[in-house]
Write a new protein. Sequence first.
Length: 293
Amino acid sequence: MNATKTSIRFFDDCEVRAVWDDEKSKWYFSVLDVVGAINGESNYEKTRNYWKYLKAKIRKVDGELVSATTQLKFVATDGKKYGSDALDADGIILLAQFIPNNKAARFLDWFLYSENTVDGQSKKKAYAFWERNLLGDTEVGSVKALQKIHAYIFGGLYDFAGKIRSLTISKGGFTFAPAQFLPLALSHIELMPETTFDEIVDKYVEMNVAHPFMDGNGRSTRLWLDLMFKSSLKKCVDWSKIDKKDYLDAMQKSVVESSAIKALLQSALTDKINDREVFMKGVDYSYYYEEDN
């Protein structure tokens, strides 16, 4: 198997890791992750033991499913890769049906539906940033660069992809920049410097307050932020090192004080700007932040 891409999906905050097989053009998913997610079990040993029991049970009923299981290497929490059983999407669907758990039905609903949602479709486009120079000669930290990012990942999914909103929006009781003042706010942000770490984060925070699009702001601006880091500092954010709740709390506070988000981003900076796995994980976690709590 020629596995060149990795991905992480989240079911009830449980990671479901996957690797892409270029030869067969499909994803293979960690069986242990799926079993743990369905059972709501975070203990590795318990999950592994349950899988051993379940595999023996399945072998008596559907030997082909067990024989379809392959060994692949997945990145663990310690950053190292370990071999583990994996199945393709069809195999995972069959596997879930063998687990006598009400949660299995909900898992299948999520698994089958997630690829066809706006998030699922736009995430595939976000992955393409690795292979393509989508900005051309556009200045990385400009509003136009952000519009290009948004237009690409949401093109064909939203009719407002890449378009600055003309309506005032709010979220969680906070009103973002009123539509009538948005052009002025964006002009101000455009002129903000992006040479140092603090300058880049300040610019990112201001763009978050502006929230220039009707939807998809967070997913677009995090890509925009990483591009500024790469351009000016030769760094990027390893988003997998930033807890979802910590990030959301820090961004909420950043409206009045940015020290918390700066501390989080600083601690997660890496010089692995050409590491495809870091980029892919970054996209996965960026989308995970937007999932309902």
